[in-house]
Write a protein of this length. Structure first.
Length: 370
């Protein structure tokens, strides 16, 4: 019988896009008609609108989220010989940006309940070489920024938020992306604010840093063919910016839908043996991912797959156990990150997902736990 059920995808971007197809098509048409594709009016307008949305003074559009972090590190002058504190439990891009500038990622374990960096564990990782902390608002849940900022103040460290998964989330009523010295975000299509290709941005209220990133993203040049430093080519393009301007207008409504779906999951999965996400009272997450924990994660995933329900593991291997970090971090142990990687499972959750689909997922989990 289960084979006759229609599959429930992990994410279906089509449902979100079909609902606003006319707006998207018209935005794309505008760029085609303008015939201007790199660093033009769409990027400029989007930067203005996204800075405003983020409660920050400046936004600089760049090529992707990894570049956004990396360009910020460069703008702050962080490089070889420096250490940067990163979560042991994150997508590898957070680490790679640090490695890209020649600095060393120093991992700190997550809080067992929130899966976000544990502020109480940060101070013991600080050395005279530490320059920066990169908290990640993982799964769309804000990290506990007040104690992180207090530690950074005390040790004179830069705080760069990795806000790739949390556009629109609130920490004590304040927007993520406005809580540190600067923030990096990603517009990879599957993110809460996703483009139709790659894209990213830096957000900050520091005029000097915004200016540095603006120069670095465009060949180290302010004036065409005059190069102040060895910059890069990492620009958000006009087409993506035009699309993002449309999607930004719908972001809050999409995040509200995600909150409703997450609330349904948490209610329907309460009192089962799978652990539903913990939300601190100061957090208003935007549910980029709805992540449960189970002692029998692999069996649960197989059971759901048999019922045509697609799930994903974020993330199956922590960065320090990846082959690319074997030489520098291979001998280290991060037991909490390792335990989390063995237990987490992300359930389908996306704007346009229907109540009956959530119900089918939770019923299938009930069946598994019986
Ligand atoms: C997606 C993501 C990135 C990188 O963004 P890209 O646009 O794919 O380069 C960085 N950090 C986190 C936490 C992410 O989820």
């Amino acid at each position: 019988m289960s084979t006759s059920l229609s599959p429930i995808p992990f994410v279906d971007l089509n449902r979100q896009h079909q609902a606003i197809k006319a707006e998207l098509t018209s935005a794309i048409q505008t760029v085609v008609d303008a015939g201007w594709f790199i660093l033009g009016p769409q990027v400029e307008a989007f930067e203005h609108e996204f800075a405003q949305y983020s409660d920050a003074a400046y936004c600089v559009g760049v090529g992707n989220g990894l570049d956004a972090i990396q360009l910020l590190l460069r703008a702050y002058g962080i490089g070889p010989g420096d250490e940067v504190i990163v979560p042991s439990n994150t997508f590898i891009a957070t680490w790679l940006a640090v490695s890209d500038v020649g600095a060393t990622p120093v991992a700190v374990e997550p809080d067992r309940l929130t899966h976000n960096i544990d502020p109480a564990a940060i101070e013991q990782a600080i050395t005279p070489r530490t320059k920066c902390i990169i908290p990640v608002h993982l799964y769309g849940q804000p990290a506990d920024m007040d104690p992180i900022n207090a530690i950074a103040d005390k040790h004179k460290l830069v705080v760069i938020e990795d806000n790739a998964q949390a556009q629109g989330a609130l920490y004590k009523g304040r927007k993520t992306g406005s809580l540190g010295h600067a923030a990096a975000t990603s517009f990879y299509p599957g993110k809460n604010l996703g483009a139709m290709g790659d894209g990213g941005a830096v957000v900050t209220s520091d005029a000097q840093i915004a200016d540095r990133v603006r120069v670095l993203r465009n060949y180290g040049s302010k004036q065409k063919y005059v190069h102040l430093e060895k910059g890069e080519n990492s620009r958000l393009d006009e087409l993506q910016a035009a699309i993002l301007r449309v999607k930004l207008r719908h972001l809050d409504e999409c995040n509200t839908q995600r909150r409703t779906l997450a609330a349904q999951y948490s209610q329907q999965l309460a009192s089962l043996s799978v652990k539903t996400p913990f939300v601190p009272e100061w957090a208003q997450p935007v549910w980029h991912l709805y992540v449960v924990e189970s002692d029998q994660r692999d069996a649960l995933q197989a059971h759901l797959a048999k019922a045509q329900i697609q799930t994903v593991i974020h993330y199956p291997i922590p960065p320090h156990q990846q082959a690319c970090y074997a030489q520098t971090h291979g001998g280290l142990e991060f037991p909490i990150a390792e335990a989390v990687a063995g237990r987490v499972l992300s359930l389908p959750l996306f704007p346009g997902m229907r109540d009956d689909e959530v119900h089918r997922v939770t019923q299938s989990i009930v069946q598994f736990t019986r």
